[in-house]
Design a protein around this ligand. Sequence first.
Ligand SMILES: Cc1cc2nc3c(=O)[nH]c(=O)nc-3n(C[C@H](O)[C@H](O)[C@H](O)COP(=O)(O)OP(=O)(O)OC[C@H]3O[C@@H](n4cnc5c(N)ncnc54)[C@H](O)[C@@H]3O)c2cc1C
Ligand code: FES
Length: 276
Amino acid sequence: MFEITRTEQFSPSTFLWEVRAPEIARAARPGQFVIVHCDEMSERIPLTIADFDAVSGTVTIVIQAAGKSTLDMMAYKAGDRILDIAGPLGEASVIENFGTTVLVGGGLGVAPVYPILRALKLKCCRTISIIGFRSMSLMFWEGRFREYSDETIIVTDDGSYGQQGLVTQPLKRIIMERQIDRVIAIGPLVMMKACAEVTRPLNIKTIISANPIMVDGTGMCGSCRVSIGGEVKFACIDGPDMDGHLVNFDELIIRQKRFHKYEKQSLDLRDAQKSN
Ligand SMILES: Cc1cc2nc3c(=O)[nH]c(=O)nc-3n(C[C@H](O)[C@H](O)[C@H](O)COP(=O)(O)OP(=O)(O)OC[C@H]3O[C@@H](n4cnc5c(N)ncnc54)[C@H](O)[C@@H]3O)c2cc1C
Ligand code: FES
């Protein structure tokens, strides 16, 4: 069993867990993920490692309540225990001094960008962060980003904080005005696709984090396959980081919705059980 040592609610649907898992905390690298299994009856949920601390032996995950399992997870409190947490899984992000790197986080994608930003800064990269939320009420980790970014740009869809608009707008401006050596973009698939399209004409290497539906997370089931430059890759072992200019996003978007009917059924059943 693994203890949840701290929880924090960022918004009505977004929350953080710190879980005591010393071996994972020691081995974790930016870009990797864990699979959480709360109890015998629950499904296995892949979640990116948003932070890790080998000294306290904890890993941090930031979760968006997207359906039945993640809604159930929101009820856990500090001191509660979960059955299992497996990891670290996946290839770690490549961390080198790439020069000037723009890190783009959209919504929940802000959390997985953070350990990459910190590691790049420690490698002396010049870091420009663009973090975007639908609204100020959904924002989190501004302070963490300012600490490791040479420049931090915040955008909100509704203009309630920072610049109004989408993350692609400052990204477009920055790559036209300056020499940018690399872009890392993590967030919803449509956002990552849009960022890759912005950087494609200037051929700026753009890394995205692919999040197809995963089952085992170890390359055995084939659920997480992604087409990369016409080749089939498994996001759980070949990624999650992928070259954004080679990813077939349209296929990925369709595949991510393939269990929609069943996800809705299990959410409806949960609602019905709650109201009884
Ligand atoms: C490598 C990776 C890292 C991720 N990191 C995070 C994270 O840090 N924070 C976070 O909130 N979410 C993350 N996700 C997505 C998270 O796993 C899903 O939101 C979660 O599994 C949804 O489960 P549910 O039962 O609550 O919702 P459901 O109703 O079952 O699904 C809602 C949506 O979530 C996606 N999803 C469902 N099951 C899976 C699955 N097994 N694998 C991947 N996606 C799924 C589908 O797009 C689905 O339409 C990550 C996914 C992957 C693959
Ligand atoms: S999740 Fe099964 S192969 Fe990747």
